[in-house]
Design a protein around this ligand. Sequence first.
Ligand SMILES: [Zn+2]
Length: 202
Amino acid sequence: MQNHYPPTLKKLIEALSELPGIGEKSASRLSLFLLSRPGLCEILGDLIKELPYRVKLCKYCRNLSEEEICGICQDETREKEKICIVENPVNLLHIEKTGIYRGYYYVLHYLLSPKEGFGPRELGLENFLKLIVERKIKEVILALSPTLSGEATSSYIAELLKAYPVTVSKLACGIPMGMEIQFADPLTLKKAFQGREVLKGG
Ligand SMILES: [Zn+2]
């Protein structure tokens, strides 16, 4: 049936099908809906076009930001000696919402996963190690999900940090094995922060 659609509509369906979780059926439905909402098409079109040019990674923590340095890194009221390592901006936001943590962050964007071809280089830890020295960081909190890749990444970073005079701790209790941080409820996450397990003293 799709073959009978006009070329532009067909191309849109193909493009939308590339999005995660969107099959051809949903893509067709979304495309036909968009066709009925020209105003929304304009807004979405502009935003999508600008997105990769406007939203970048903060030069310090690699969180998403429209400025060179993100709002969190610019915030001088934060606890300067703590840095929390998270997998992605979604988890960062999730932790921020609990209000339990007031230090800085470092966003990995990847976890070690040889199967997917993500090795130590993808983690981009050179900048992180530089930050530890420059900001005189005293505690590194590993807040990665307790999944296989999360655990492997935490161990790798803890090993790297042996050469630095920092306390390394890891969110431990409460978050069930295999669960992604972003799905942990705020109370569990708060408890996990409070009861974090020290892997190595400073
Ligand atoms: Zn930042």
